[in-house]
Each structure stands twice: as C-alpha cells, then as structure tokens.
Ligand binder design. Structure first.
Ligand code: ATP
Ligand code: MG
Length: 228
C-alpha cells in the first residue's frame, strides 16, 4: 500500500481583499496551495501579485476573508489569537521581506532571543547558523550599522534557530550577492531535505531553479509552473 503523507500546508480557496468600497482590491481570489513535508516550493509572481499576502496567511500573521488554511493539522481559523501566537512560535520560521529586526538588539541577540524562549540547544544552533552565514563580524552590532545583506542573513538565522517545521521566506536572497545567496539557498534546501518544508517567494531564477517545484500567483490564484 502506498504511504499517504499528510500535507504540512493545505490552503483552500483563499480570498484576501484590502480596502473597502470601490477602491478595494481582491488580491487573492481562490488561491489553493498544498505543500508536503520535505518540499521546497518557490512562489513566483510579479510585484504586487500577492506573494507576501499569501505567506502572511499561511503563517498565521494575517487572516483570510474567505477560504481555509491548515498547517501541521491545525485549522488556523479555529485558533484564538493566543493559540495562533503559540502556533507560530512552534511551527513557523518567518523570513520577512523587510527583516523586522529589533533595533535595540545586536544581530546575535536578535537570533538568540528566539532561541532563549525555548532555551538550551537552540543557542548552540544560533551560533552555528551565524557562523555558516558568515556573520561572525556582524553578530555583535546593532541592525542600523549592518548592510541590507547582513540584516537579511541575521533575519534568516533568527527564523531557523528553533527548527520550525515550516519556513516561510519572503525574498530571502533579495539583498545578497551570488555567493551569500547560494549559502542561504543551501541552508533552505537542507531544511527541506530534513523533512521540513520551505515556501520561498522570489524573483530570483537561480533560487526558483533550486526548488522542488514552482508556483505563481496569477490573478489571485496559484498556478503550477512547468519545470525548467
Ligand atoms: N495591509 C495592506 N493594506 C492594503 N493593501 C495591501 C496590504 N498588504 C498588501 N496590499 C496590497 O496587496 C497587493 C499585493 O501585495 P503583496 O505585498 O502581497 O505583493 P507581492 O507579490 O509580495 O509583491 P512584491 O514582489 O513587490 O513583494 C499590493 O497591491 C499591495 O499594495
Ligand atoms: Mg512581497
């Protein structure tokens, strides 16, 4: 008998509208997405198509106007705000498009803050991630003294330190040179290979080529892209 994998992410019929009245805009309009453990999925689509909007819904940062999101067997619409916060802390690593580092904390403190909430082992992982992302020089400095690429890598280390089952990465290579970008992609690849899952919004062809499959947001829905 074939083994049936439970999808890690199952989103059905997602609708998200911004604004009200005649100026309102329906950004997502019946978007479906299913992601299995072990998969790395690239999310394409032109600027403003709704990639970040979709990641926010899947990560429980925002709620849809219609449709359902299930992650790791949990229906997000059935969770209270408090339960959603716990869900995110346990299951989701978010790499934001605009980093959202805490300005008063150094790079390393930003990474280790997430680890300290659970304690022990994650601190060692945090330091290991900083080393792999070649951030040893940047780790002790405040975010406003770091380059965009350094801030981005700090944000990536922070998202990964608690080994979330689902990593949502919004343009994770957008500010990086090719070598730094490749290091990030290799880390994300390794996460998927380890049985977790990565959904990565990107405009970067090289990043998309490393994914197991590619989907695009077109007119508010998700379309599978042909391989290659
Ligand atoms: N909180 C919000 N309030 C109003 N409009 C919003 C909000 N968030 C997103 N939008 C609008 O929804 C559309 C999709 O935005 P989104 O950020 O999801 O696009 P994107 O595909 O991530 O684009 P990019 O590639 O530029 O990051 C845009 O037109 C944007 O202006
Ligand atoms: Mg975006």
């Amino acid at each position: 008998m074939e083994e049936v994998l439970q999808p890690l992410v199952a989103a059905h019929g997602l609708v998200r509208t911004f604004g009200a009245g005649p100026g309102s805009r329906r950004v997502l309009d019946g978007a479906d997405l299913q992601v299995e453990p072990g998969e790395m999925v690239a999310l394409l689509g032109r600027s403003g198509s709704g990639k970040s909007t979709l990641l926010n819904l899947v990560g429980g940062i925002d709620r849809p106007d219609g449709g359902t999101v299930e992650v790791a067997g949990l229906r997000l619409d059935r969770l209270s705000e408090r339960e959603l916060t716990r869900f995110r802390a346990r299951h989701v690593g978010f790499v934001f498009q605009f980093f959202h580092l805490i300005p008063e904390l150094t790079g390393e403190e930003n990474v280790l803050l997430a680890a300290r909430l659970t304690g022990g082992e994650p601190e060692r992982r945090g330091r290991e991630l900083l080393r792999r992302l070649e951030l040893n020089g940047a780790a002790g400095r405040l975010p406003h003294t770091l380059s965009g690429g350094e801030q981005q890598r700090i944000a990536i280390a922070r998202a990964l330190v608690n080994e979330p089952s689902l990593v949502l990465a919004d343009e994770p290579t957008g500010n990086l040179d090719p070598a730094a970008g490749r290091a990030v992609l290799e880390i994300l690849r390794g996460i998927a290979r380890g049985g977790r899952a990565v959904i990565m919004a990107t405009h970067d062809r090289e990043a998309a080529a490393l994914a197991d499959r590619t989907v695009a947001v077109v007119d508010g829905r998700l379309q599978a892209c042909p391989p290659g």
